[in-house]
Design a protein. Structure first.
Length: 255
């Protein structure tokens, strides 16, 4: 080996440090795109972060603890996209209003304002549902075991879901926090396994919700909830401490 080669060739450690630095730069650039106003731009930033999380978790050269920590930072960013306040849909009556057609008696200006507000609402709902659907694909139970993101923790506490939530057949190895969430549309958590504990208390379900046929292997808190539609919590197994106290069932409930 020549003296020039020995001085300029990066050692494996140097190349890994460089790779990590590049990933951190990509993370910063992608998170900037999430703050933009255009739907396509935001989805582009989100998809870049998804690829980055997958890269971290698949990188066998990096210690497992660091891989999980780096991926968790990205997951926390996704959760922030979900629980960030969106004022046009902060109340259920606003959700209902924006899902209707403009009234015929309105003049053209009022209809135009409503259409603009409705378009903003639908674009935000579409973006957030894209985030949730992508998470769902990576925490779903697979033939060979949990999904690639199942070991991570997800904190959606305080979120207002003004779009359907689909988390059926999921496997949560890390902690799942859904405390204080509001669901304006239907929600599906059926057939899921919770190994890391779940807090889904103090929630308001305006649509139908399905928690049936699930397995809770750690603490499960589903107390002080209000179920306005149908609530399915039947045929589930609770191996840890379970709290389903002080709930209000306005619609039909299967327990």
């Amino acid at each position: 080996m020549s003296e020039y080669t020995s001085r300029t060739s990066a050692t494996p450690d140097d190349s890994l440090i460089h790779l990590h630095a590049m990933r951190h730069e990509r993370y910063a650039a992608a998170t900037t795109l999430l703050g933009e106003s255009g739907f396509a731009t935001r989805v582009g930033g989100f998809n870049a972060l998804v690829r980055l999380a997958d890269e971290w978790l698949a990188d066998n050269r990096t210690p497992e603890e660091q891989r999980l920590a780096e991926a968790q930072v990205i997951i926390d960013t996704f959760c922030a996209c979900i629980y960030a306040p969106f004022l046009p849909a902060s109340r259920h009556k606003d959700y209902m209003r924006l899902n209707r057609e403009p009234k015929k008696r309105w003049d053209s200006q009022k209809k135009a304002r409503f259409r603009a507000e409705q378009a903003e609402f639908r674009a935000e709902a579409r973006f957030r549902q894209t985030v949730l659907d992508t998470i769902h694909l990576r925490v779903m139970t697979r033939y060979e075991g949990p999904g690639p993101w199942s070991r991570l923790s997800f904190d959606f506490s305080g979120s207002v879901f003004f779009y359907p939530v689909s988390f059926g057949r999921s496997q949560w190895e890390g902690r799942l926090n859904l405390r204080g969430c509001t669901y304006s549309a239907e929600a599906d958590f059926s057939g899921s396994t919770y190994n890391g504990g779940v807090n889904a208390s103090f929630c308001n379900y305006r649509g139908n919700v399905d928690f049936s046929e699930s397995v809770y292997r750690a603490n499960a808190s589903l107390s002080y909830n209000v179920y306005w539609g149908e609530a399915a919590l039947n045929d589930s197994i609770y191996e840890g401490h379970a709290d389903l106290a002080c709930c209000t069932y306005v619609g039909h409930a299967s327990l």
